[in-house]
Design a protein. Sequence first.
Length: 271
Amino acid sequence: MKRVLLALLMIAAAHAASAPAPLFVDDFEKHAVGQLPGAPWKEETYRSGAVIQVDTQRAFSGRQAMHVFTPRGAQYRRGYVAIHLRQPLPQLQSSMFGRAMVWLDAAPVAVPGGTDGPAIPAPMHWTLLQGEGRSADDRYNSIYRLGLEQQGGTQLMANYETTPPVRTDCREQSALTLPLRRWACVEWHFEAASHELEFWIDGRRIAHVKERAHGAKACHGDDLDGQWRAPPAFDSLYMGFERYGDTTNDQDLWIDDVVLSTRRVTCPVAR
C-alpha cells in the first residue's frame, strides 16, 4: 500500500512539474489604491455610472483587490474592466482557462414593476464575466457569458448572445448560486475550435456547452437556430458587474487573484 501511495504522489508531482505556468496572474497588489487597475486592464464602463478601483476593504490574498461599485438609480450599469487579448495575450485567443476569486456583498434587489404587476420585481439579470470576439463573417460579436438571473439575482447560468444585426440570446440555467458575503472561486474555459464553454463555482461545474448545436436550450430572438457559435478568436475578456435593470440597492463586488492559462487553473485552498 505504501508503494502504491508513493507512486501516486510521484505521478502527481511529475504532472504538476510538467504543467505550463499561467500566462497571466494578477492579485492587484501592484496597482495603486484608489485608482483603476493599470495595464493590461482597460476601463469599459461606458460612463454608465459604475465605479471601479483597487482598494483595501477586502482581499482574498495580500491587502488589495479590485472593487466594482454599481449604484442603484439606473436601468443599466456597466461595471467592466477588460483585457483585450490580441496585444498582451494572443495565446489565449483560441483557448483560455481562467480563475478569479469573487466576493459579492449583497444580491441585487430589482425595483418592483415587472410584467406580473407593478408590485412584482422583474427577475434581476446581470453578468459577471464574458469572452467576446467578432464572427467569421464579420457581421456580429459572439459573446460567451457567465450570467446570473433567478433566485434574487444569484442563480448562475451560461449565456450566449450576439450583437445586431444577428439576434440570439440563449441561456443554460444551473441549480447553483453565487455565494454572498464570502470569497467564491469562479472558473471558466472558452474554446473557439469546438465552440465550447465551461464554467465552475467552487470546483463544481455550472455549465458545459460543446459544439454548435444546442437547440434544446432556451433561446430568444434566435437567428442562429440554437447554435452557440464561438468566434474564430476571442478578442476580449470582460470582468465585473454589468446590470440590466434598476435595483433598490447598490452592489459591491470584489475580484482578486485572477489567473489566465492554457490549462485549467483550479481553485486555491479554502480559507
